[in-house]
Write a protein that binds this ligand. Structure first.
Ligand code: ZN
Length: 104
C-alpha cells in the first residue's frame, strides 16, 4: 500500500504544480465522499438484514408480564404485544428503553 502511495503522491505533486491543485484536491474529495456514502448505505443494508433474520421468531408476550418501551427524549410509552426481535424500537432517533412489569 505504501509502495503504491509514494508514486501516487509524486504524480499528485507534479499535477498540482503544473496544472493546478484543484485537479488533485477535487478527485480526492470526490473519492472521500463516495467512500463515505457507500459506507453509510452499507450500514443501512446490514441493519435491515438483522431485522429480517429476527422476524421469523415472532412470539406473543405472555399474559403474566407487561413490557413497555419508553422514549427518554419525549416520554412516549409503547406497549409490546408481539415480540418480533430482541432489539428495542427507535423513537426520536435513539433506541427506546425497555421496562418489564410482572403482573399479579
Ligand atoms: Zn420520542
Amino acid at each position: 500500500m505504501i509502495l503504491l502511495l509514494i508514486p501516487a503522491i509524486a504524480i499528485a505533486v507534479v499535477i498540482g504544480i503544473n496544472v493546478g491543485w484543484q485537479w488533485v484536491l477535487a478527485p480526492l474529495l470526490a473519492f472521500a465522499l463516495l467512500r463515505w456514502s457507500i459506507a453509510s448505505l452499507r450500514v443501512l443494508v446490514t441493519d435491515a438484514k438483522h431485522l429480517e433474520t429476527g422476524a421469523g421468531e415472532a412470539a406473543p408476550v405472555g399474559a403474566d408480564e407487561r413490557t413497555l418501551f419508553w422514549c427518554e427524549e419525549c416520554g412516549t410509552e409503547v406497549l409490546l404485544l408481539v415480540r418480533g426481535t430482541s432489539r428495542a424500537p427507535s423513537h426520536c432517533g435513539q433506541r427506546m428503553h425497555e421496562r418489564t412489569e410482572i403482573r399479579n
